[in-house]
Design a binder for this molecule. Structure first.
Ligand SMILES: [Zn+2]
Length: 414
């Protein structure tokens, strides 16, 4: 017995001696110099990707060859936190892998440089944090004269593509540019801008658009904002309340919150890549679902994966599909009017939660509903019109104040 004790003591003594010797010789297994070198040259462990033109967060994730389990978790839950329709090319996706590179530890999505969505993978669930950097909001009136095309003129004034498109498309419903526009025509836009680090962010809120020309006359458009935030009615209208995006196709819901876009995505059930032949809009259980245009019911019944499903055929040849409904209020063969309630949102069939799957078929092919310009209403109703008139007055007053800032300052001093 004593033998073993002696050996142990000798061993401990040897260890202490070695340690003292190393300390005396100044050999440190982790000298502080090394730390300094590390902090001076940090290797960036984050995988950084930019959303390309026409790309989505899903297509970016698909191309990175990442651990599928976490990709599925992220892709499937992403839409619960971020309205995917707000994602723009140029937004950044950052991914941090675990030390053994076998798992995704964190994901960060940076939108319009100011919004940072943080996702941390914790076992089978996600922890989400939103970080919003402070911006300065200013209202401005921008004026210009037409040179060649309105598009080029707006571009020269620094309008982002999506803002330009709204102004262009809206005015085109009222003005025949090819026939009536002339160089030197006058236009004025009243916007709210978000400024971050001295730069204007894309996605200006457009309150008012005016276009005046010899042949076009004067056209004025005003923004209407419904009581409900994100209402499909929000947008530009003529003074009389006529929508500027009218092409006869409406929205299937009164508030649109896209959670899963058209195209390649992770199948929420199988965890493998699949093609999504439509879009998913999140909505509460029982929310009314509207026919997007006049048409005839070609299908109204249970269809395995799609659950309660309604299909409509429209005179233009377009087919629309509404799936996972909790209830259906139309029968096969029946004619429906645009805006009529045909059923209610549910989670029947292959659905993990209440949402509307909306599909569009054109010429036997599924097409992306995001490519179809849909309109909240062709014309505001009486109640909405009253609200709109008040908003028009406020808008004009705000513009007047902006043009005469001195007068405002003087009157507030008194
Ligand atoms: Zn779907």
């Amino acid at each position: 017995m004593n033998w073993g004790k002696d050996i142990l003591l000798a061993f401990i003594f040897l260890l202490i001696a070695t340690f003292c010797l190393i300390s005396l010789m100044g050999i440190n297994p982790k000298p502080p110099v090394e730390f300094k070198l590390d902090s001076e040259k940090p290797s960036n462990p984050w995988i950084i990707e930019t959303i390309p033109d026409g790309g989505s967060i899903f297509s970016v994730l698909a191309n990175l060859n990442l651990p599928l389990k976490e990709v599925g978790l992220l892709a499937f839950n992403f839409g619960d936190y971020i309205d995917v329709s707000t994602i723009q090319p140029g937004d950044t996706l950052k991914i941090l892998l675990s030390e053994d590179k076998q798992h995704i530890a964190k994901m960060m999505f940076v939108q319009e440089p100011i919004t940072r969505h943080h996702f941390t993978v914790s076992g089978d669930s996600l922890i989400y944090n939103l970080e919003a950097l402070p911006v300065t909001k200013i209202k401005r009136i921008l004026e210009g004269r037409l040179e060649d095309t309105l598009d080029a003129s707006l571009l020269a004034m620094g309008f982002a593509p999506q803002d330009k498109q709204i102004i262009n498309n809206s005015l085109e419903t009222e003005i025949n540019f090819a026939r009536d526009a002339r160089n030197g025509d006058f236009f004025r836009v009243f916007v709210e801008e978000c400024i971050f680090e001295g730069k204007t962010l894309p996605g200006r809120k457009i309150f008012y658009v005016q276009y005046s020309g010899k042949r076009t006359g004067t056209c004025e458009l005003f923004r209407y904002e419904d009581a409900e935030e994100n209402s499909v009615l929000n947008g530009l209208y003529t003074k009389e309340g006529k929508s500027c995006h009218s092409n006869g196709v409406g929205f299937p819901l009164s508030v649109i919150h896209l959670v899963s876009p058209f195209g390649k995505r992770i199948d929420p059930f199988y965890g493998t890549w699949a093609y999504h032949q439509g879009v998913d809009y999140r909505a509460r259980y029982g929310t009314p679902v509207y026919a997007v245009a006049n048409g005839k019911v070609t299908k109204a019944g249970y269809n395995s994966g799609f659950g309660n499903e309604i299909c409509l055929k429209h005179p233009s040849g377009l087919l629309t599909q509404y799936a996972h409904l909790s209830s259906m209020s139309v029968r096969k063969g029946q004619s429906v009017k645009k805006g009529q309630i045909i059923g209610r949102v549910g989670a029947t069939g292959r659905a993990t939660g209440a949402h509307l799957h909306f599909g569009l078929i054109k010429g036997k092919k599924y097409i992306n509903p995001a490519n179809l310009k849909m309109v909240g209403t062709e014309k505001l109703n009486t109640t909405q019109m009253e609200r709109f008139k008040t908003q028009q007055q406020t808008l004009l007053k705000n513009m007047e104040n902006l043009q005469h800032p001195q007068a405002v300052a003087a009157s507030t001093k008194k």
